[in-house]
Every structure is written in structure tokens, then in C-alpha cells.
Design a protein around this ligand. Sequence first.
Ligand code: G3H
Ligand code: 13P
Ligand code: ZN
Length: 332
Amino acid sequence: MVSYKELGLVNTKEMFAKAVKGGYAIPAFNFNTMEQMQAIVQAAVETKSPVIMQVSKGARNYANATILRYMAQGAVEYAKELGCANPQIVLHLDHGDSFELCKDCIDMGFSSVMIDGSSLPYEENIALAKKVVDYAHQFDVTVEAELGVLAGVEDEVSSAVSHYTKPEEVVDFATRTGCDSLAISIGTSHGAYKFTPAQCTRDPKTGKLVPPPLAFDVLSEIEKQLPGFPIVLHGSSSVPQDEVDTINKFGGKLPDAVGIPEEQLRKASESAVCKINIDSDSRLAMTAAIRKYLAENPSHFDPRQYLKPARENMKKMYIHKIVNVLGSNDKL
Ligand code: G3H
Ligand code: 13P
Ligand code: ZN
């Protein structure tokens, strides 16, 4: 058993309280590779932002659970080396799907876990979340639970339809589970295809797809029911059109990829939404830079040559999110 406190990590309690009060949101960036980890830490240090580094079950399968945990520990030391005396870094399990997985992460030094029972019947979701909370809180580890189902299909996190969170259930759910934050469904979804073209309108000037707005009425009803309670948005990548265009220009094929407009995420950040999950935008930034580099430098084969611009492009994206969308800069 390793306590996250020994690793210099923090849980989400204080940072969420400050974010809700201050009208901004903490970035929750997924990482699977060293380059993502470096870019996240560099961006957080340069902008003086707290940050959540999150690991999915898929990431653990890809990179190895132990390696990722040590990378997070390395992230704290790296942040200090870059000049941040007191980094505020959370190591969070994203979409934990069982008590055993959450326990394993807690035991190996995670400071926060998500138990995602959102596809279970209501009472089973509560029972599973409560079991995780009871274990996690013994070690001062914070727990995110989810109510409502996101649409979209992506790897291990999938559901064909979206069911918005029912505001009338949130008080009962939060009280009975004891969770520290609540992930809700208000129209976001995972991946780079968040809406079908049929769900969107077309901008007459650019011909680009314009997605339907998020359900801010549901969000404000939830806030009324649970004043000041930390709310989480998953599936919040914006799918930047310039990255999609670069990918398509250099041999990729992502027709009609569409995300959540940044103005809507900015508006959500000013509410009780205090954690915003972004993964796909990092994937797009990395892939666009690598495709471009390799197309323009066909004789190069040293991975450091193409991973360097990939890392720089991800860092640029992370800084943009922190400063221009979530507003978590200058908070350390
Ligand atoms: O919400 C899902 C995250 O983007 C993680 O995706 O399960 O493919 O690692 P993954
Ligand atoms: P995106 O696919 O929109 O980046 O969402 C990521 C996410 O919700 C991770 O849990
Ligand atoms: Zn998610």
C-alpha cells in the first residue's frame, strides 16, 4: 500500500472547492505515453494551473499500470524541476468499472478514482459507488461517480444513446453514495464524432457542422438541487477543425468529426462544473503533428524527430484549454 501523499500528489477536494468558488474548471487530461505526460506537466507549470492526470483501464492495458503510476510520480518531480515549488497534481482513475480496479489504483498511489456505474440500474450504481467511497475515504482518496449515460462509442467507454442526468435523482445519489464529485450527462459524448451530421446544422459560410447546444437547463437544475457540489463533464473535447484538416490533408480520413464548441465549455467552467475531461483533442494534436512531420520528412525514421513536434502540439493545445477555455491558469 502506497499513499499518494508520499508521492507528492493531491486529491481533488481542495482544488474542486476553489474551482467551484472561483468559476473555473480543472483540466483532466488522459495520458498513455511519456510525451503526453511531459506536455501536460509543462503546460500546467507554465500556466500555473492545477491539473488532473487521468489513466483509463485502456491506458493501463496499453502502457502497464506500474509504469503509469511511476510516470505520475515522475510528473510531480518533473514539475518541481521545471520550477513549480508546490505542484497540484492529481492522479485519477478514469472510468473505473469495478471495485477491484478502484482498490488496486488506490493501493498503488492514486489520489482520486472514478467509479463508473452509469450503465447499471440506479440502485446498483449507488451500491457500487458507495462501496468504492467507503474504501477510498479511509485513505483520503476522492471519488467521482456518474449518473446519466453519455452517448458515443469509443473503445471501452461506449453507449449508443445519451440519457441526460435526472436532476430529481442527484441529491439522493450524492447523499447515499457519499461521492466527492458527480459526472453528469448533458449532451457531451466520448470520441471525435460526438454528433452525427443529422444532429447538426451547417454553417452556411464555411459548410462546417454546427453541433446542438448542451443542455444547460439540466445543468442549472442540478446546481439548484446540489448547490456548490463539484460537477464533472466527460466527453469534452472540441475536436479542433485545424487538427482534423491537417490529419485529412496528410493521409488521414476523419470526415465530419465534430466536438463540443469551446464557448459552451467556457460557460460550463463558470458554473459548478469544476472538472472537464479531455482526451480526444490530445490524440488529434499528436496524430496531426506526426502525420504532417512524416509526410514532409519522408526520410526520417528516428521517433524522437516526429514525437517532438507531436509533444509541442499537445502542449500548445493543453495551454490553450487551460488559459482560454477552463480558466485554471494562475491558481498555484
Ligand atoms: O473516456 C474515455 C477516455 O477517452 C479513455 O479512453 O478507454 O480508449 O483509454 P480509452
Ligand atoms: P473526449 O473523448 O471528448 O476527449 O472525452 C474524454 C473523457 O471523457 C475521458 O474520460
Ligand atoms: Zn469519460
